[in-house]
Write a protein that binds this ligand. Structure first.
Ligand code: FES
Length: 286
């Protein structure tokens, strides 16, 4: 890694010819009240690690009318390489999408699915939002933190047991509502659901992961490691796509999920028809 440049901002990587030209032309050091030695220089990373995914990056870009719209899957793609979004990953996305590093960074740091620290082989997300919390999610998170910790210290949020990326390593996080409240408390492993968990079942689950097993999720796709899941989130499926699709498209609606609809059906309830001709409210012109 090397540092270059006497100005800060306006990444040379992926620089476009719109507003960036103005930013790049600004001599920030010249106008800054902060001494030059206290300013962080722009870093230009070695992007060679991403050479194998350039073709995939281009394939993602072709899905969208404007290249910048490809940023979210592109960030998943770089995570499939490094298990996180590194500064190099940010610069790679910027270069591919004709964005500034600052624009990519703003997005990557906003969403919790983009990790700044390298994830373990598996990412274990425990829902500790209200419903799961009162059903036992807090107890599960506490039990996993204690079980995965070492030297009397609990594993904390976004911390990894084992060497990140190595087989058997596990990153623990607490998550906001995972949209499966009817099946709480829930855990996700690499974003696949394990429903109706207890502290004991959760501990057994991470022990199986650490032993190299891939327990079947309650529903949905088969369990992968974190980086493979990231590749899938970027839109790249396994070679044996037919088998994969059959598994993914299998029954996934739980009895609990359909209970309301079943009750309504049994009792002959229907929703009030929605009228076709509802006038739109006036919008004040600005
Ligand atoms: S509160 Fe846990 S899934 Fe909604």
């Amino acid at each position: 890694m090397s540092s270059t440049g006497s100005t800060y901002g306006g990444s040379g990587v992926g620089a476009g010819d719109t507003h960036q030209a103005t930013v790049r032309d600004t001599d920030v050091l010249g106008v800054s009240p902060v001494p030059a030695e206290h300013l962080v220089a722009e870093y230009v990373e070695d992007l060679g690690v991403f050479d194998p995914i350039v073709g995939k990056a281009q394939a993602i870009i072709t899905r969208y009318p404007q290249s910048r719209s490809a940023l979210l899957p592109m960030l998943h793609l770089v995570q499939s390489v490094e298990g996180r979004v590194s500064q190099a990953g940010i610069q790679f996305c910027a270069a591919q999408l004709d964005l500034t590093a600052a624009e990519v960074s703003a997005v990557a740091t906003f969403y919790t699915m983009y990790k700044r620290k390298t994830c373990g082989e598996h990412l274990v997300s425990v829902c500790t939002n209200t419903l799961c919390a009162v059903l036992g999610g807090d107890d599960i998170y506490k039990a996993l933190g204690e079980h995965l910790g070492s030297d009397g210290k609990k594993l904390g949020h976004n911390e990894t047991a084992g060497e990140p990326g190595e087989p058997g390593s596990i990153t623990l996080e607490h998550a906001e509502c995972l949209a499966a409240c009817d099946l709480g408390p829930v855990i996700q492993v690499n974003y696949e659901f394990f429903d109706n968990q207890t502290p004991e079942s959760a501990v057994a689950l991470v022990d199986a992961l650490r032993a190299g097993e891939k327990p079947a999720p309650t529903r949905g796709a088969p369990l992968r490691d974190f980086r493979t899941a990231e590749l899938e989130l970027a839109g790249f499926w396994p070679e044996d796509e037919a088998d994969y699709r059959a598994t993914v498209d299998g029954p996934s609606a739980a009895v609990e999920t359909l209970r309301g609809a079943k009750l309504a059906e049994d009792r002959g309830w229907t929703a009030v028809p929605y009228p076709d001709d509802v006038p739109l409210p006036e919008v004040e012109k600005k």
